[in-house]
Design a binder for this molecule. Structure first.
Ligand code: AMP
Length: 431
């Protein structure tokens, strides 16, 4: 495992002048640690598994070398007919991330003067427009897996000439939810290719899987909860008082914006209604909303027109909302990894950020697990005026004590007998 070293400047990393000129325009003064570490290996054609904090510049880390290879080796789609092929394929878990990543890649390509074509394809919008965009092939395709499979079955695109595959949010892409679609796509890709895996969190299971997918990869791990840019706080509240505490925090703190996470689509609307009764206007963002509404709301939040957004975990991955001051976990995420992804929407690119979690006594134990898995230990605080009832505080103090075992629990169970296979086991069988 390679460790972080002082970042070089972009010129030293071996990038070509059209890219360097663009980075200067974007005011990227020096590479972030993951960029400094990973770009030379990616330029050298190595496979890569990279773990780095959310908001640490991962998109440029894979996009810049991929663009450089395309321009140097193939010359881009403008240099002759390429049929309906794609050279660089980036797979992402959500529609919004597909659009965001494609926009970044287009922005990095401006000085190639149209020689590099980038297209984003994702569900929820017309496939016809995307088919038209894919005509004549594309250099970089950023896609969600389901829509990509649909487009392949309509012969709109072929994957057998892909030279670079990127799995962004790789732990999510390799989780059970995407197994069917991703294994179908991997079967269509050529064996000989460069594969780059990026995520803020890499559970052990995914790391073992990665070895089956990658060829002698360079491994980089630059993660650390950077206390100087993202402050995490946790507030203990009485059951039934979360909404009142949330409204109080929003009104007291006058944050420019706030992103609030809940665990279910219908909770988004419920919470928005309850906040409205307290004079706080909030918009909602979840998977049951039409794509038009999703785009409008996210654009409104990114541009600062919307102050308070209530979302499910579809907003947890990769979204880059400039200078977002605070993320609030109204409900705790089920998975400890998702906690890191959610809070990573704030405190990006070295900005100061704040992540708050509201926990009542039902959340207390689970928050302990989230802390343990993410190697955190946060002080439990209370919000003035909403102090936790003494009886609850006493019960909470006992949460850590082991519970008495029920009668008959002494028998040893064969743990493996009824256990469902893990994502890694399912994957490895398919490879
Ligand atoms: P990402 O992790 O790729 O979503 O990037 C997070 C944010 O950091 C984006 O707004 C990027 O434009 C920005 N960014 C990426 N690399 C750099 C850099 N070297 N210097 C300054 N900002 C950067």
């Amino acid at each position: 495992m390679t460790t972080a070293k002082t970042p070089a400047n972009f010129t030293e990393l071996g990038l070509i002048s059209p890219l360097l000129a663009r980075l200067t325009e974007l005011e990227y003064q020096q590479p972030t640690p993951i960029q400094a570490q990973a770009i030379p290996s990616a330029l050298a054609g190595r496979d890569l598994i990279a773990g780095a904090n959310t908001g640490s510049g991962k998109t440029a880390t894979f996009a810049l070398p991929m663009l450089q290879h395309i321009v140097e080796q193939q010359g881009g789609t403008s240099k002759g007919g390429k049929g309906n092929y794609v050279t660089g394929l980036v797979l992402v878990p959500t529609r919004e991330l597909a659009k965001q990543v494609a926009d970044s890649i287009k922005s990095y390509s401006v000085h190639f003067n149209g020689a590099v074509k980038t297209v984003a394809v994702f569900g929820g919008v017309s496939a016809n427009t995307q088919m038209l965009a894919l005509r004549g092939g594309t250099d970089v395709l950023v896609a969600t897996p389901g829509r990509l499979l649909d487009l392949i079955s309509s012969n709109a695109i072929k994957l057998d000439r892909v030279k670079t595959l990127v799995l962004d949010e790789a732990d999510r892409m390799l989780s059970l939810g995407f197994t069917e679609e991703l294994s179908a796509l991997l079967a269509l890709l050529p064996k000989q290719k460069q594969t780059l895996l990026f995520s803020a969190t890499f559970p052990e299971e995914v790391t073992s899987l990665a070895h089956a997918l990658l060829n002698n990869p360079v491994k980089l791990q630059l993660q650390s909860a950077d206390a100087s840019t993202l402050v995490q706080r946790v507030f203990t509240v009485n059951q039934g008082e979360k909404t009142a505490v949330l409204a109080h925090l929003i009104q007291q703190n006058a944050w420019r914006q706030a992103l609030i996470f809940v665990n279910a689509k219908k909770h988004c609307e419920h919470l928005a209604e309850k906040l409205a009764k307290r004079g706080i206007k909030a918009e909602v963002f979840h998977g049951d909303k039409g794509q038009g509404s999703r785009t409008r709301v996210l654009d409104g939040f990114k541009s600062g027109e919307i102050d308070v957004l209530i979302a499910t975990d579809i907003a947890a991955r990769g979204l880059d909302i400039e200078k977002l001051p605070v993320v609030i976990n109204f409900d705790l995420p089920r998975s400890p990894a998702d906690y890191m992804h959610r809070i990573g929407r704030s405190g990006r690119a070295g900005e100061v950020g704040l992540a708050l979690s509201l926990i009542d006594h039902e959340d207390y134990h689970h928050f302990g697990i989230i802390e343990k898995k993410n190697k955190l230990r946060l002080e439990r605080e209370e919000v003035a005026g909403f102090e936790v009832d003494a009886s609850v505080a006493e019960a909470l103090a006992n949460v850590a004590k082991p519970m008495a075992k029920p009668a008959g629990s002494g028998k040893k169970k064969n743990k493996n007998k009824d256990r469902k296979p893990s994502a890694a086991e399912i994957w490895l069988k398919r490879l």
